[in-house]
Every structure is written in C-alpha cells, then in structure tokens.
Design a protein around this ligand. Structure first.
Ligand code: PEP
Ligand code: MG
Length: 360
C-alpha cells in the first residue's frame, strides 16, 4: 500500500491486527477503486451503477428505453448500453484483483433520467421516430412530486425488468470473460436496492438467476455469485427475517434509512437541521453520525432477524456512516462483517474498527 508509508503506515499495520470489521469502499470507477485499495480497502461494498449512465452517449439510450412504447423498443435501446456496462465492470473487477465487489443495480430517482429541455425532447423524438408531443405527454405522465419516495430502486427493476437483465448480463459476461481468459477468481455480488417487500426481491432474484445461469452456460465456466439486497427502508428492517429467505447478503443503506426513519429529506435537511443540532434537539446530524437510538436500532434488528433466518448471511453497511468513527464502532458492536465508505475514509474506518475491538 504505497500511500500509507512511514509511521502512519506502521500504525495502520498494527490496527489491522486487532480489528474484526472488514473495511470496503464505495467506488464506481477503477480510479476510485485504485485509490481505495492503496488506502487498504478489502473490496467494493457499493458500486452505484446509476453514476455510469449519465454520459451523453448513454443517457440518450436510457431515455429511449424509459419512454419506449413497447418491450422491443426498450430492448433495442439497452443493447446499445450493454457493451459499455460490460467494460465498466471488467475495469472494476480487474482493479480489485479478486477482492469482493458488490454491484448495485440501477437506483436513480426517475426524474434524473427524463429529458427536461425542449431541445433534448426534439433530439430524442427523432431517434425514436415519434412526435415531440408524444414524448412530452409521456414525460409528464412519469412526473413525480417526491421522486426520492417514488419510482426508484427495485421499483424501476420491477416495472422495467429489461434494465436489470441488461446489467446482470453485463456483470456476468465481465466476470466470465476474466475468469475464462485471465484466470481471475471473482465472486460477483449483485445487490438489489430499495427493497421493502420480500416479493420484490423474489421476483428480481429469479430474473437475475435466470440471466446469470444463461451467461454462465454460454461461456462454459464455473462462476459463483451472490444475490443480496440493501436494507434501507424501515419496512425492510422490520421484515428482514422474510427478506433473508431470498438474500445472501444485506447491506444497510443508512442514508435512505435515516431519511425514511426520520421522515426527513436527505436533500433538504440542511435547511433546518443545523438549528436542531445547535439547539441540541438532535445530538448530531443523523446523516453524519448514525442515530444509534433510532436508526441504529433498525439496523440491529435487521441483523438479528436476518441471522435468525440465515445464520451465515453476510452483513455490511454502505451509507455514509460507514466511514464515521462513532458509527463504525456501533457497527462493530452489532456484529457486522464489514463497513464500506468513500475511498479517503478507508484509513479512518480501519482505525475506528481497531479502536472498537481493543476497547471491547
Ligand atoms: C444509502 O441509502 O445509504 C445508500 C448507500 O444508497 P444511496 O446513498 O445511493 O441512496
Ligand atoms: Mg439508498
């Protein structure tokens, strides 16, 4: 780990002897993954694939897919993106050199993908061979007042199964190619976001397994893979025993779990939250330090219920709290397997994890 040398490097080697928690990183590009590995990350705990869809050449195809009238139109649009996604995943797997990589299927608020400007609608209308008015009506129909509580996460995967099928195909083709041609060992972890009801996960898992098995048979290689979910809605934590029947791992999304437990928009919190913290109504900003009395109890319950159904279920956290020391210490005490945080927080998380283990 070239970035951590000298006394600090020595200290970090000591802390690694004591900590029980693994430390992974949140990374969407090979560059981020490289930085994180140099800081000691032991895997990727969250790759947010929606961040891969905003390039000019992809956003058009995604819009085409969302606004298509039929399945065939949707599939035609996605065929354009598949090779790009596949090379994204090859890049990440290569950089992580066999360490675990959790790839989360698409989770955007839908409005971020819809065309807004007239010029964008006109351009898309030409590609799709429909009138601009037809597209405008469709965009209007899809408009939401609360997109963060709306048509996002796995709800998108349920209504547009072709998107998740394409992503799973990209992940598995990337893995199979590296295993077959470069002798890699990879166990991809496919993660479904914003599940609140086990049936959502059961449907999406069945789709993912079908696509994985088809790709594996086509390449003729042996590949293991895991399918799991984020626990980021109170209902998911409350029903984690049922959800664990379908999930091989849980990753706690404490950004959304904080938002939905407090009923407080994570995008607008800055307006009054500083006043609450200053007045000591809230001890901390709950989006920074995990609220152990409330949100943390849901995380703890989720772990207990998950383990009751599936004793060896893998448990991690990938909300921003995964790199905040007091939250990392809490994660140690409730017995998570790993925390995942942004690359530059990896050393802090390693220290906090050792601190927790030494203090007992
Ligand atoms: C979360 O909700 O905690 C999470 C990690 O997902 P995102 O921040 O992408 O919503
Ligand atoms: Mg989330």
């Amino acid at each position: 780990q070239p970035e951590l040398t000298g006394d600090f490097g020595q200290l970090m080697q000591w802390v690694d002897k004591y900590r029980k928690l693994k430390v992974r990183t949140n990374a969407d590009t090979p560059q981020d993954a490289k930085v994180a590995r140099e800081f000691g990350a032991e895997g990727i705990g969250l790759c947010r694939t929606e961040h891969m869809f905003f390039d000019a050449d992809r956003i058009m195809a995604v819009r085409e897919m969302i606004l298509s009238e039929d399945v065939e139109g949707r599939k035609r649009a996605l065929i354009k993106i598949l090779p790009m996604q596949k090379s994204d995943f090859i890049g990440l797997f290569r950089e992580m050199k066999g360490l675990p990589v959790t790839i989360r299927l698409l989770d955007p608020p839908l409005h971020e993908f819809l065309p807004q400007k007239d010029s964008e609608i006109d351009e898309l209308a030409k590609v799709m061979n429909v009138t601009a008015q037809t597209l405008k009506n469709k965009v209007e129909f899809l408009h939401e007042f609360n997109p963060m509580l709306g048509h996002r996460g796995c709800r998108l995967g349920i209504t547009f199964p072709e998107i998740y099928d394409m992503q799973v195909q990209g992940i598995m083709e990337a893995a199979c190619e590296l295993i077959k041609n470069e002798g890699f060992s990879i166990i991809p972890e496919i993660m479904i976001p914003l599940v609140g009801e086990v049936k959502e996960l059961a449907i999406l898992k069945a789709n993912a397994v079908r696509v994985c098995d088809e790709v594996i048979a086509r390449y003729g290689v042996k590949v293991e893979y895991l399918i799991g979910t984020m626990i980021e809605l109170p209902r998911a934590a409350l029903t984690a025993d049922a959800i664990a029947k379908e999930a091989e791992f849980f990753s706690f999304g404490t950004n959304d779990l904080t938002q939905t437990t407090y009923g407080l928009s994570r995008d607008d919190a800055g307006k009054f939250l500083p006043f609450y913290v200053e007045s000591e109504i809230y001890p901390n900003d709950p989006f920074v330090a995990l609220d152990q009395a409330g949100v943390g109890q849901l995380v703890k319950m989720g772990c207990e219920k998950g383990r009751a159904t599936r004793p060896n279920i893998k448990l991690g956290i990938c909300g921003e709290h995964g790199g905040e020391p007091s939250s990392v210490i809490f994660c140690h005490h409730i017995g998570l397997d790993y925390v995942s945080c942004s690359p530059f927080r990896v050393p802090i998380a390693r220290l906090a994890a050792a601190h927790a283990a030494l203090k007992g």
